[in-house]
Design a protein around this ligand. Structure first.
Ligand code: PLP
Length: 383
């Protein structure tokens, strides 16, 4: 397929990743970075991001699933890859074939994986997941239920080589007293597990706990790795959430489209499905070639989102359609077919932040980014 600056596309500033990696490293001291590239690196392009991260010296990546990991291997990514989620039994044979590390979802899962490995005379590499409060996967170890013996059992499995142990934060982004207490208690519980293992003569292996907000708000915790996704992409989940440290980040993604048609409409004419926009006077309207099937949320229709054309801000009017939407260009002279429109990013001195779209869509940047669809070409940022 021809990749061009044609209909709707994103440009990724892979050089900005370098800058963001440096900013993360400054915050976490000697802790190394495990780059999270799951979900196509939240829509940015997993292979290209992985390659850039490796170029920055990162020696560990993590994905959510086996197919994501295999895609990286097939594109010549050779560093360690941890699968953070579930690999079904039918695919266990692929783990060693592609030199991957599997998260132990539960003791039951670890036993199943061990049975497979024994039967096939394999040793499978794994990291133990401890659930200190996320309530998702891992062996529960919280104030009510400390299943330490189950963790020990995972380390003792004959055909699984446990090389690391990790946990995950659900509220490291919140700075209210309850959330900070909760997160600090998770750190305490995780450390307690590490101490118990050492007391029992078990080497825990690589330790890692912090996601992006865990890095921003909690800094250097002294573990072997941290696990940022968003931060190396140069954004946080929500710009309105206060943090206790200012990271110097550069967003790596911009999004563009082109004008396909320009026309004059009269007072009373309506625009798009539902006729939710009625022209209050004669107007110049441009149709642009991007819609909700590209990842521009339909929910933000008629909420005043402004995009950039000729370096000026103009509003989207009417409902966003699947492949197209309309903008009011009455205040911008000489708009014509083929003109470039910036939907996320910078044009001249004006900027549209992804966060503005996410606030209007009442979601987080993680979701807005990862919903940019596959038909949108990912191109390297123009010089
Ligand atoms: C286990 C785990 N670690 C790290 C991350 C990275 O999170 P963030 O993008 O907030 O850094 C995720 C993402 O959801 C995750 O599930």
């Amino acid at each position: 397929m021809l990749k061009t600056y044609s209909r709707a596309w994103v440009e990724i500033d892979y050089e900005a990743i370098k800058h963001n990696v440096k900013a993360i490293q400054k915050r976490v001291g000697k802790t190394k970075i495990m780059g999270i590239v799951k979900a196509n690196a939240y829509g940015h392009g997993d292979v290209a991001c992985a390659k850039k991260l490796v170029e920055c010296g990162i020696d560990f990546l993590a994905v959510s699933s086996l197919d994501e990991a295999i895609k990286l291997r097939n594109n010549d990514i050779k560093v360690d890859i941890l699968i953070l989620g579930y690999t079904p039994k039918i695919l266990f044979s692929k783990l060693n074939e592609y030199h991957l590390i599997q998260t132990l979802i539960s003791l039951e899962y670890a036993l199943m994986l061990n049975d497979y490995a024994k039967e096939h005379n394999e040793i499978i590499r794994a990291h133990v997941k401890v659930d200190t409060g996320m309530g998702r996967i891992g062996i529960v170890y919280n104030d009510h239920n400390k299943n330490y013996d189950d963790i020990k059992k995972e380390y003792a499995l004959s055909n699984i080589k446990v090389e690391g142990i990790f946990s995950h934060f659900p509220v490291s982004d919140e700075l209210d007293i309850d959330s900070v207490d909760f997160t600090k208690n998770q750190i305490k519980l995780y450390n307690e597990v590490l101490e118990k293992l050492k007391d029992d003569g078990i080497e825990p292996g690589l330790t890692h706990l912090q996601n992006s907000y865990g890095i921003i708000n909690y800094g250097d915790l002294g573990y072997d790795y941290c696990r940022p996704g968003l931060l190396y992409m140069g954004v946080t989940s929500n710009d309105e959430i206060a943090t206790n440290y200012d990271m110097d980040l550069r967003p790596i993604l911009s999004m563009y489209t082109n004008v396909s048609l320009v026309k004059t409409i009269q007072k009373g004419d309506s625009i798009s499905y539902g006729r939710h926009f009625i022209a209050p006077k004669e107007m110049r309207v441009a149709t642009i070639a991007i819609g909700y099937a590209d990842g521009l949320p339909r929910l933000i229709s008629n909420r005043g989102l402004e995009v950039l054309i000729h370096e000026k801000r103009v509003p989207i009017i009417g409902n966003i359609c699947m492949d197209q939407c309309m903008i009011d260009v009455s205040a911008v002279p000489d708009v014509k077919i083929g003109d470039e429109v910036c939907v996320i990013g910078r044009q001249g001195s004006e900027t549209v932040k992804i966060d503005t779209i996410s606030r209007l869509a009442k979601t987080i940047n993680n979701e807005t980014l990862s919903k940019i669809t596959s038909r949108v070409d990912r191109l390297e940022k123009r010089k």
